[in-house]
Design a protein around this ligand. Structure first.
Ligand code: HEM
Length: 214
């Protein structure tokens, strides 16, 4: 019966504006339509939907995009941007207060026993007594002075270089000898050349205030 109807429909019997039988491939049944010009292969009900492989995909139950992205996509590790390292102060590079104390102990011992320096100022009006108390005070002032001028937290509370050495008649040669003693101490402690130079330059800058005799 169906085959017969189809044959009738497709044979052109009836012509334009007459009813035709067509097969709906989506629903697998025959139907009639009135316009032979449409050439449709699906019934009116399903023709907009049945479009073969290009049909719209079934809606999925996937999480909405932003959530899915956040939960399911592993974000690539962000490279950590480190702040540029702050350059270390001379104080830090020397090793801080413990290292400076050790340097001062060694230096005072060396300079106080160096004849070329005449540290106690024998033969001048300003002869200095190397008592335990005086030595401790001198060392404390030296540590605080070196700490404060190299970037440490210390505060120097002693007198100025001009005031404390006034009348000692210190010569340039004696100043050179005490600077050499400091260098020998820094060598003994294996302080690197760059740090030695920085510290010796600072000490050297006091020469004009300390040297007063030829
Ligand atoms: C030949 C060179 C030097 C000699 C003979 C010398 C000698 C002395 C003496 C005897 C004192 C004790 C003064 C007192 O307590 O009344 C003193 C104090 C001191 N010196 Fe020198 N000194 C010399 C170079 C230097 C240098 C190069 C520095 C460092 C840059 C220095 C830093 C000090 C300091 C910080 C004090 C302690 C000041 C105070 O207590 O107020 N001295 N020096």
């Amino acid at each position: 019966m169906n085959t017969l109807l189809l044959v009738v429909a497709l044979s052109g019997v009836g012509g334009h504006r007459h009813a035709h039988w067509r097969h709906c491939y989506a629903r697998q049944y025959y139907y009639t339509y009135n316009c032979c010009q449409t050439g449709t292969t699906a019934c009116n009900t399903c023709s907009p939907v049945v479009t073969g492989p290009a049909a719209a995909p079934e809606p999925t139950h996937a999480a909405p995009a932003p959530y899915a992205e956040e939960k399911m996509v592993e974000k690539p590790a962000q490279p950590k941007v480190e702040a540029p390292a702050k350059p270390k102060s001379l104080y830090e590079r020397l090793g801080g207060e413990p290292a400076i104390k050790a340097v001062v102990d060694n230096f005072v011992m060396r300079a106080a026993t160096d004849e070329k320096v005449n540290f106690t100022r024998k033969g001048t009006d300003k002869e200095w007594m190397a008592t335990e108390e005086n030595v401790a005070k001198l060392k404390k002032h030296l540590v605080d002075m070196i700490g404060s001028v190299t970037g440490g937290p210390q505060k120097y509370e002693g007198r100025s270089m001009k005031e404390s050495h006034a009348g000692m008649k210190i010569t340039a040669e004696e100043f050179g000898a005490i600077a050499a003693d400091l260098k020998a101490t820094l060598d003994e402690f294996k302080v690197p050349e760059a740090e030695q130079k920085e510290l010796l330059d600072i000490v050297g800058s006091t020469k004009g205030d300390i040297v007063e005799a030829e």
